[in-house]
Design a protein around this ligand. Structure first.
Ligand code: PBG
Length: 336
C-alpha cells in the first residue's frame, strides 16, 4: 500500500460523523426519541354480547373476549384507571335480521352498553361506538341489500342516520361510521345536528380497506358474511384514493379520520396525516393482533417489545391515535 493509500484508509477507519453517539445511553436515547407513545393516545376496542353472563373467549384473538353487560364495566373501569384515550364499543345482538334492527333499538345491546359505560366512567374516557350494520345483519353486510343482493348505499344512509341518533340518545361521546357508504359522514352529522346533538363528534373510518386482516373480527362479532366487501371497502392497491376518502370526510364534517388496517397501510397513514388538518387515527386490527400473538405463542417472537414496536411505528407513520386490542396492556408496559 502506498503512503497516501494508507493515510486514506486510516481516515476512513476514523469516521467524523457518528450517529451512534446519540444512542450511547438510555437517557440520551430517550431525550432524542422523535415519537412518543402514551396511554392517552390509545383506544381499546371492546365487544359486548347480548344474553351472556360471563365473558366468552374469542379463539382467534387470545386474550380478547366478548363481554357480558356487566363484565364490560370492569374493562372500562380499568381502561379509565390506566389513562387510555377511550374505548370503542361493538355490540353483538342476540338475534340478527336483514335490516339490522338491533342497531337502532334503544334496548339493543350496543345502545344499552353505551349508557352503562358512560354511567361507569363519566368523563374519564371518551366513549366511542362503532356505527355500522354488519354486527346486526343476518347477511353480515355493512348495509341494507337490494332485492338482487347488492348493498344499497342510499337506503343504508337512512339507517345510519337512525343509528347515530340511537347512539347519541344513549349518551355516546363519539360515533365511528365504519361502513364505507358514500356520504355516511355527512348524513350522520346532519342527523346529529338536527336532533340537537351538536357535541357528539364523528370519527370517520375514512380509508378502510377490503382486508384479510379483519378475519378474526368476524369471529369476534359472530359474523355470517358470505362473499366480501369489495364493492364498498377500498382496494388494497390504492393509496391516492385513501387520501381522497379522508378529504371527503373532512369536508362532510368528520372531526377525526381513520385509516384501517394500520400495519400494512402505514404509507396511507402518512399520506392522510400530511393531507388533512384534523387528528388522524389508525386501527391496529384483529388480524394484526392475531399474527403477533400466534408467533409469540410459538416462541418465535418476543411479544412485549413487538407490541410496543408495532404501536410506536403506527405513531411514527403519523397516527395521533391508535385503536388497538393491546391498549390496556401497552399502557401497563409504558408505566414500567
Ligand atoms: C365494521 C368493522 C369491522 C372492523 C371494525 N369495524 C369489520 C369489517 O369492516 O369488515 C374490523 C376490526 C378488526 O378487524 O379488528 N363494523
Amino acid at each position: 500500500m502506498t503512503e497516501a493509500a494508507a493515510e486514506g484508509l486510516a481516515k476512513g477507519l476514523r469516521p467524523v460523523v457518528r450517529p451512534r453517539r446519540l444512542r450511547t445511553t438510555p437517557a440520551l436515547r430517550r431525550m432524542v426519541a422523535e415519537t412518543s407513545l402514551e396511554a392517552r393516545q390509545l383506544v381499546l376496542p371492546l365487544f359486548v354480547r347480548e344474553g351472556i353472563d360471563a365473558p366468552a373467549p374469542i379463539s382467534s384473538m387470545p386474550g380478547v373476549v366478548q363481554h357480558s353487560r356487566s363484565s364490560l364495566l370492569g374493562a372500562v373501569a380499568e381502561a379509565a384507571e390506566l389513562g387510555l384515550g377511550g374505548v370503542m364499543l361493538f355490540g353483538i345482538p342476540g338475534s340478527k335480521d336483514a335490516t339490522g334492527s338491533g342497531a337502532i333499538d334503544p334496548a339493543g345491546v350496543l345502545n344499552l352498553a353505551i349508557t352503562d359505560v358512560v354511567a361507569e366512567v363519566g368523563d374519564a374516557l371518551t366513549v366511542m361506538s362503532d356505527l355500522c350494520l354488519d354486527e346486526f345483519t343476518d347477511h353480515g353486510h355493512c348495509g341494507l341489500l337490494t332485492p338482487d343482493g347488492r348493498v344499497d348505499n342510499d337506503r343504508t344512509l337512512e339507517r345510519y342516520a337512525e343509528m347515530a341518533l340511537a347512539q347519541a340518545d344513549a349518551g355516546v361521546d363519539m360515533v365511528g361510521p365504519s361502513g364505507m357508504m358514500d356520504g355516511q359522514v355527512g348524513v350522520v352529522r346532519a342527523a346529529l345536528d338536527a336532533a340537537g346533538h351538536t357535541d357528539v363528534s364523528v370519527l370517520a373510518y375514512s380509508a378502510k380497506y377490503a382486508s384479510a386482516f379483519f378475519g378474526p373480527f368476524r369471529e369476534a362479532v359472530d359474523s355470517s358474511l358470505v362473499g366480501d366487501r369489495r364493492t364498498y371497502q377500498q382496494d388494497p392497491a390504492n393509496g391516492v384514493e385513501g387520501v381522497r376518502e379522508a378529504l371527503l370526510d373532512v369536508e362532510q364534517g368528520a372531526d377525526l379520520v381513520m385509516v384501517k388496517p394500520a400495519l400494512s397501510y402505514l404509507d396511507v397513514v402518512r399520506r392522510v396525516r400530511d393531507a388533512v388538518d384534523v387528528p388522524v387515527a389508525a386501527y391496529n386490527v384483529s388480524g394484526e393482533y392475531a399474527m403477533l400473538e400466534a408467533a409469540a405463542a410459538q416462541g418465535w417472537i418476543d411479544r412485549e417489545p413487538a407490541i410496543l414496536e408495532s404501536l410506536v411505528s403506527i405513531r411514527r407513520a403519523g397516527a395521533d391515535i391508535v385503536l388497538t386490542y393491546w391498549a390496556a396492556e401497552a399502557a401497563r408496559l409504558l408505566r414500567r
